[in-house]
Design a protein around this ligand. Sequence first.
Ligand code: GDP
Ligand code: MG
Length: 393
Amino acid sequence: MIIKKFQANTETDAIMLAKEELGKDAIVMNIKTISPKGFYRLFRKPLVEVTAAIDDNVTYKNDKATMPKKQSFPDIIYDEPAPLPQPNQGHSKESSAIEEKLNNLQSLLEKQIVEKEALQHTKEKVKAASKNLACIQLIYNQLILNEVDEKYANQIMSEIEGTLKKDASMDNILSSIYQKIVLKLGQPMTINLKSNKPKYIFFIGPTGVGKTTTIAKIASKFKVEEKAKVAFLTSDTYRIAAVEQLRTYANILGIPLKVVYNIDEMEQSRREFADYDIIFVDTAGRSHRNKHQRDDIEGLLKAIPEKEREIYLVLSATTKYRDLITITEAYSEMVGYNLIFTKLDETSSVGNLFNIRMLTNAPLSYATFGQDVPDDIDRIDPQSIAKQLLRGH
Ligand SMILES: Nc1nc2c(ncn2[C@@H]2O[C@H](COP(=O)(O)OP(=O)(O)O)[C@@H](O)[C@H]2O)c(=O)[nH]1
Ligand SMILES: [Mg+2]
């Protein structure tokens, strides 16, 4: 028996090849599809392989082949496969050149596929990032509308951009920025009586911002709510009206008031009020441009040991940002003050409050929002400030 395999593009072609070679009596023993392997699969259709057999006794049509005569075993001849469609796998110079070209083509294609995928990935990232960017831009604009200094708004945005996931929602972004602002506003520092006493609380700042009114508000709370032993000192002797204003509050609240003209008198009153809990010191808030006057305040401050005193720089939220910067520069030698912002009822934007906090790094403390003593004052709430900064008008 002779068994041979024939390959062609179709089953019919393969059988035809078998019959042509082995004769019409050839028997088809097996038909299978051969899927091309490796890189060539890209260019080749699957082939059909027909295994055909013919009995020894039947005349073998192919006269080129020598018929083995007396053979006890079936003679299996694996012949050259049928001609293959181009390109063939031969090892001639020409075909290896083709193979090389194809290999090059393959790596080119593969490279392109990888690049395309990478590009797609980048496009998606860019898309997500630009969505984030639009959202960040919107919030940035809101901060600017609320008079946050561009410098600080940019700082927040760049800090936030690095921490955002690329698929962050508007809510995510907003809450990250909100949290960032709350953190930057920091923990407010207000007066507490638990530590050493007596405690001297100095109020410094420009004229007319509300120092005296704020002292009356805070003193009233300590006197009435905490039943503290409170005294007033004032060095604001430049205007009679200023002393009279504080005296009025002192009388209403039943709080002793002493006017101090110099350091000696300051030291004298220290002895006088030694058994008091808290002493509020009102200062002359004339021009902060006048260094001489600031030296007066510094002299008074030096009369009190650092750990017995606290300084509050009182600023009005209605003052122009530029002027606020100049004011804080003028008071920059007075280290360790906390910030009070007055007249929040007169402005819709709290940007300056944030800006000055960022500029001075001084802790925030109280905010006042009206002329009523003692009600119109509260501890600054960083969360409510952050909300106001992000809210539209
Ligand atoms: N609208 C408003 N006015 C205030 C506030 N605090 C103080 N004032 C007013 O600002 C003016 C100056 O206040 P004053 O305490 O004398 O300021 P000082 O010169 O710094 O001592 C007064 O008319 C106060 O009633 C506030 O929070 N809101
Ligand atoms: Mg005053």
